[in-house]
Design a protein around this ligand. Structure first.
Ligand code: APR
Ligand code: PHB
Length: 390
């Protein structure tokens, strides 16, 4: 098989890249290890930056986001038994975020690739990358019992943190930066009306809690739990009891609770590969970086990577220029590190760290009080939350 760009990974990054390339006359083949049903069954955050919404609209899947997404003009900070609303739209002269589940966004991407006859192979096994430092790279894999070889001009590694693409970069060409937190997020999806019409991040001495939603009848709530906790350690009743202790009473006294239809624990960690390009291989999305979910940036960073990489491929195929491809890694990493900074700042400010000294706990309270009392501090948070410019 021959294609312009072989894309490893059929998550948001791989599928969006495939669609954008297709719209620009650049062919691709997506190789996804899981079944489509498995990929579409993943429950992930869905707070879309304006740049992400614009990219989805460019990809031709903006309609449902516009129809079903929730425009949020503010975010709430729960602190000292009150919800403090930060006027995101006012502080950023009109920028907003859109709440629209990543699951729905991935469904839309699969649907449009099917409608546009995109080549997306699912259930692919044993993907291997070859000849990355030549201008004739290729990928081999097994699909439907057949051994395949895909000859291409470029390989896009959109295969997430555990995929083979980053592993194909020699250690001499790659530094990895890792940070892990001694806690994670226990998340619950419940068929109940959201308690707030904004996302509320609650700091409490018992630990962090978050109120979010998917639609008018589907709510998403989280509490910080120690690393090592298992979902089986937490009954629904235990979850709701702890959650209500960590949020302001105005939420605890009005929330509609219900049985969890999904319950999972996500570890909090951060990771950055300091090189997203090796020869004809380019990494995008979780293959190159992971951020803690506090800033809701994982999906949005994958999208900005795809923006830079698709622009670089367009420049190569339309003008024959390799300049943007050569600059892709450094360009994408500048925005990645700024977004990592923001996500880590939010995580430190809002979570209870078991290692915090009493002194550090007082500083954390002062940090939040300063944020809530300073237009400059709230503006900084707001402009990062809606997304830094590409
Ligand atoms: N062969 C083929 N596909 C693979 C392989 C492999 N060896 N290894 C991983 N994959 C696939 C995974 O099954 C997954 O569907 O690569 C895809 C990577 O998708 P994501 O992990 O969703 O990463 P990405 O597309 O970069 O999107 C980032 O997804 O994980 C969330 O929090 C993250 O919101 C962020 C977004
Ligand atoms: C979510 O809705 O799942 C969500 C919202 C905001 C975050 C993280 C997750 O920061």
């Amino acid at each position: 098989m021959k294609t312009d760009v072989a894309i490893i990974g059929g998550g948001p990054a791989g599928m969006l890249l495939s669609q954008i390339l297709d719209l620009n006359g650049i062919s691709s083949i997506v190789l996804e290890r899981q079944t489509k049903e498995y990929v579409l069954g993943r429950i992930r955050a869905g707070v879309l930056e304006q740049g992400t919404v614009e990219m989805m609209s460019k990809a031709g899947i903006g309609d449902r986001i516009e129809k079903e997404g929730f425009i949020h003009e503010s975010i709430g900070i729960g602190f000292d038994d009150a919800v403090h609303s930060i006027d995101v739209v006012g502080l950023t002269n009109g920028s907003v975020v859109t709440v629209y589940g990543q699951t729905e966004l991935t469904k839309d991407l699969y649907q449009i690739r099917e409608e546009t006859k995109g080549v997306v192979l699912t259930g692919v096994e044993d993907v291997q990358l070859y000849q990355l430092t030549t201008d004739e790279p290729y990928v081999t894999c097994r699909h439907a019992g057949e051994n395949l070889r895909i000859d291409c001009d470029f390989i896009a590694g959109c295969d997430g943190f555990h995929g083979p693409s980053r592993q194909a970069i020699p250690v001499s060409h790659l530094n990895e930066y890792h940070l892990s937190y001694p806690y994670g997020w226990l998340g619950v999806l419940s068929e109940t009306p959201p308690v707030c019409d904004e996302v509320v991040y609650s700091n409490h001495e018992r630990g962090f809690a978050l109120c979010s939603m998917r639609n008018k009848e589907l709510s998403r709530y989280y509490i910080q739990v120690p690393s090592g906790d298992r979902v089986s350690d937490w009954s629904d009743d235990d979850f709701w009891k702890e959650f209500k202790q960590r949020v302001p009473n105005v939420i605890a006294s009005t929330i509609v609770t219900g049985p969890s239809i999904e319950k999972s624990i996500a570890p909090l960690r951060a990771f950055v590969a300091d090189n997203l390009n090796y020869g004809r291989l380019f990494l995008a999305g979780d293959a190159g970086h992971i951020v803690p979910p506090t800033g809701a940036k994982g999906l949005n960073l994958a999208v900005s990577d795809v923006y830079y990489l698709s622009e670089a491929f367009k420049s190569f195929y339309k003008q024959g220029s390799e300049k943007d491809l050569s600059n892709y890694s450094s360009t994408a990493l500048r925005r990645i590190w700024k977004t990592v900074r923001f996500s880590l700042m939010c995580t430190k400010m809002l979570h209870l760290s078991p290692q915090s000294t009493p002194f550090e706990k007082e500083v954390q309270k002062a940090e939040i009080r300063y944020l809530l009392s300073s237009k400059a501090a709230m503006t900084t948070l707001a402009e990062n939350y809606v997304g830094l410019p590409y």
